[in-house]
Design a binder for this molecule. Structure first.
Ligand code: MRU
Length: 353
């Protein structure tokens, strides 16, 4: 780990899965351990762990735990029942495609195994998924930072896309870390990210630990920040990118992209290719998670909204490709995404202008 990469949200330690409980940060740093796949699915659903790549890595380790239990129960017949566990994990959250991508990869590995103890083979696959994600983040960090011109500038980010949201280092926050290290930026503005406050609680926590200057703002203040010319790029992650480049990300991302276009601020999406869903032609097909009304009506467990008011709480929105200047993946950068450029990226991993 380098100087700007000191946090791991998901770890496999002594035969157990260990997660930082992200619901408690930054007030409390508590680690939960898991040896049961149903509890792992619950941890994803309840946001103990969140962020698309981190959800995928967690689910992969969940399959390792499932394999251990099914082998203990059924011996050579373990493969007959593990499909239920994969279905339980798949039902935890709908939008981040990394979850389904990781489960597909584990399923492929399961199909290659015989009736012997599967734990070592499943753990090797889950560990590979984890390590590949960290490596992808470092690569994207370099590629994305290279797009930022000048030195000492500032950027805006939304939600949390850092070590907490990934295998480690981060997607958008990886680019930001890399750009800070190389002096291209000197300051980060972070939307607080209502209603779950991933920006205020998690992004600020990560950046403060890394000694990267960070200023929080209410999501609604972003347009005014852009109007004042204080940021050159908005840099965000993604939960699912369709074949034409339309991108689902944390609710409020679409609004940031519209505002960026209006103010001539560039808009960068940073995501590994495991976030790209080439089966969906456009973002219209991306399932958008609706979360509990309480997340909007209450703050830190205390009701703040008028009694009787209802709430609409989509957890994600879709930013159309035409508002995106660059999609940065570990396989290359797509500028002004189109279906053709996205296909070329998947096939050749080249930069297509
Ligand atoms: O609801 P969350 O916190 O899981 O949403 C996370 C995001 O929207 C992130 O921006 C996205 O997963 C990219 S994380 C590298």
């Amino acid at each position: 780990m380098n100087q700007h990469d000191t946090i791991r949200a998901v770890e496999w330690i002594d035969g157990q899965l260990r997660l930082i409980d992200q619901r408690l940060l930054p007030q409390e740093t508590r680690f939960n351990t898991y040896d049961d796949v149903t509890a792992v699915a619950g941890a994803i659903r309840d946001m103990v762990v969140r962020g698309a790549p981190a959800i995928g890595v967690t689910a992969a380790y969940g399959v390792v735990l499932a394999g251990r239990v099914r082998f203990a129960e059924a011996g050579a017949n373990w493969q007959a029942t593990i499909a239920q566990d994969l279905a339980t994990l798949a039902a935890s959250r709908p939008t981040a495609v990394n979850l389904f991508w990781a489960l597909d990869r584990m399923k492929t590995r399961i199909a290659q195994l015989d009736g012997g103890d599967p734990e070592a083979a499943l753990l090797a696959e889950a560990t590979a998924i984890h390590e590949e994600d960290v490596a992808a983040n470092y690569r994207m960090g370099e590629l994305g930072a290279a797009l930022i011109e000048g030195t000492g500038g500032a950027v805006l980010t939304h939600c949390n896309t850092g070590s907490l949201a990934t295998g480690g280092y981060g997607t958008a926050l990886g680019v930001i870390r890399s750009a800070f290290t190389s002096g291209r930026i000197a300051h980060v503005f972070a939307d607080e990210t209502r209603p779950w406050l991933q920006g205020a609680r998690l992004t600020a926590w990560e950046l403060v630990q890394d000694r990267v200057p960070v200023t929080l703002l209410a999501d609604g203040a972003a347009a005014y920040l852009m109007k004042q010319g204080r940021v050159s790029w908005v840099i965000v992650g993604a939960d699912r990118i369709a074949a034409n480049g339309d991108t689902a990300n944390k609710i409020g991302t679409y609004s940031a992209a519209v505002n960026a276009k209006h103010h001539g601020v560039k808009f960068m999406v940073v995501a590994p290719t495991s976030t790209i869903d080439m089966s969906l032609p456009t973002g219209a097909g991306i399932p958008i998670e609706q979360r509990a009304a309480d997340e909007v009506l209450a703050l830190a467990g205390k009701r703040v909204a008028a009694q009787g008011a209802e709430a609409w709480n989509p957890s994600f929105d879709v930013t159309p490709a035409e508002l995106i200047d660059a999609i940065v993946t570990e396989k290359g950068v797509v500028l002004n995404p189109t279906p053709e450029k996205m296909r070329a990226l998947q096939i050749n991993g080249v930069r297509v202008d």
